[in-house]
Ligand binder design. Structure first.
Ligand code: PXG
Length: 447
């Protein structure tokens, strides 16, 4: 670690200038940087040696905890054997092995896997597959997408367009996909504040899809894309029965249903995928993050076999889908994902959140009554604390809580006036206590 990059000297440190940081208040950060230098298990350590309990699995990705030796070894082995191989008109065994393994944990029927390098790429890939699928079946006029307010589907032009987080859209003017409409979001603190688990109220919000279909006509709509549980917008849960209702409406009108499981995939909600937890099977699932435990960038789109099969026509030597990335099925990423899956299966991590969720729920809801808390939400190993905004300063209160939490040795996420938590799935009950108690103390102090 470069000694010059310590927080004490960083305020005027020109070494911090060149990195244009993503989704970050660059000037605020560079005036008082929060530098992480090391990680193991449930913890990070800062550049100046402080231990930080990881309450967000990095960014919802390090599900098996940090520093997993098996992943390091698999990556090292693959790098020394073959660091790269093209996946265009060529193949390598690790990619096929990984796809087969993923097909085994996928919800029924979603056993055709397209590899990408991130959640954003997975989303753009799924949207393109949806368009091309309809076209391949003679329904090329199905070009519209329906997303949802507060949805987050990454930052590509496709994902941004179907997404519904205003700040992620407004600087980019009209440069959105045409023909996109949005369902209303399902966050309602008037009816559902302090719900434990899924909110009871709001299944009727799915019927808004019928309204949008009536407006645009089903024959123009390719797909509906939603996160089963949205994370980035501050943890928005589906009301009981809501996702099933969406599925029914899509089926009725021949519209594909895409679940964006970039955060819910790989055990976050107590089953391998949220699709299984909610017992709703979409046509396409987008994933990334937990796929490789965050160790190497990788994403994957899970497709119903019927969709893949619809492409397998025409001359044998013609390319069926004109889409892919240089690093699709990168061998090192594949090796990381295989080692990650081994850990998940061996340690029962794809379902561990289910056994911890009652404890987690009680811990999160123990914060009820603290100053300025307007809602608490939880599902699987996801939790959110919603705070009343300071007058005229949206986001300021939760940002202060986030900063102070870091000083006190826990890492949480702030979005708007919501604090979100999504710890590694290896978290122990005593660490849940520590996380939530520290957060509670900070909230009291910040009041
Ligand atoms: N879809 C969903 C549902 C996501 O949550 C993406 C797509 C994009 O993935 P990439 O790999 O392109 O970033 C995401 C990303 C947060 C947070 O704190 C969430 C994400 C990213 C960064 C922060 O909630 N999700």
């Amino acid at each position: 670690m470069n000694a010059q990059l310590t927080p004490a000297s960083a305020a005027t440190n020109p070494e911090l200038d060149a990195f244009w940081m993503p989704f970050t208040a660059n000037r605020q950060f560079k005036a008082g940087p929060r530098l992480l230098a090391k990680a193991q298990g449930m913890f990070y350590w800062t550049a100046d040696g402080r231990e930080i309990l990881d309450g967000v699995a990095g960014l919802w990705c390090v599900n098996a905890g940090h520093g997993r030796r098996e992943i390091t070894e698999a990556v090292t082995r693959q790098l020394t054997t073959m660091e790269f191989a093209p996946a265009f008109q060529m193949g390598h065994p690790v990619a096929f092995e990984l796809a087969n393994r993923l097909a085994q944990v996928a919800p029924p029927g979603l056993d055709r896997i397209f590899f990408t390098n991130s959640g954003s790429e997975s989303v753009d890939t799924a949207l393109k597959i949806a368009l091309a699928y309809h076209r391949a079946r003679g329904a090329g006029e199905r070009t519209r997408f329906i997303g949802r307010e507060k949805g987050y589907h990454g930052v590509g032009f496709g994902g941004m367009s179907v997404g519904g987080m205003v700040n992620n859209r407004k600087a980019f003017g009209s440069s959105m996909l045409p023909g996109v409409d949005h369902l209303p979001h399902t966050l309602n603190t008037e009816h559902n504040a302090f719900s434990r688990g899924l909110p009871q109220w709001g299944v009727h919000l799915a019927d808004e899809l019928e309204r949008l279909i009536a407006l645009h006509d089903a024959s123009t709509i390719a797909a509906v894309i939603v996160e089963p549980v949205s994370g980035s917008a501050g943890v928005v849960l589906p009301p009981l029965g809501y996702l099933k209702r969406l599925r029914e409406i899509c089926d009725k009108h021949g519209i594909l249903l895409i679940f964006d499981e970039v955060i819910t995939g790989f055990g976050r909600v107590g089953k391998p995928f949220a699709s299984q937890a909610f017992d709703v099977t979409p046509d396409l699932i987008t994933t990334a993050k937990g796929l490789t435990n965050g160790a190497i960038p990788m994403g994957a789109v899970f497709s119903q076999r019927k969709i893949y099969d619809a492409f397998m026509q025409g001359p044998q030597n013609s390319i069926e889908l004109f889409h892919g990335y240089t690093y699709s099925a990168h061998p090192v990423a594949c090796a990381a994902a295989l080692a990650t899956l081994d850990i998940y299966v061996k340690e029962g991590l794809l379902t561990r959140a289910a056994s911890l969720s009652a404890h987690w729920e009680n811990a999160v809801h123990s914060l009820k009554g603290l100053p300025h808390i307007t809602d608490l939400r939880n599902y699987g190993l996801i939790g959110a604390v919603e705070m009343e905004p300071r007058p005229g300063k949206p986001g300021a209160r939760a940002f202060d809580v986030f900063l102070k939490c870091f000083e006190r040795g826990i890492m949480v996420r702030q979005t708007g006036d919501t604090i979100a938590m999504s710890p590694p799935l290896i978290i122990e009950p005593a660490q849940i206590e520590r996380l939530v108690e520290t957060l509670g103390k900070v909230i009291r102090e910040t009041a």
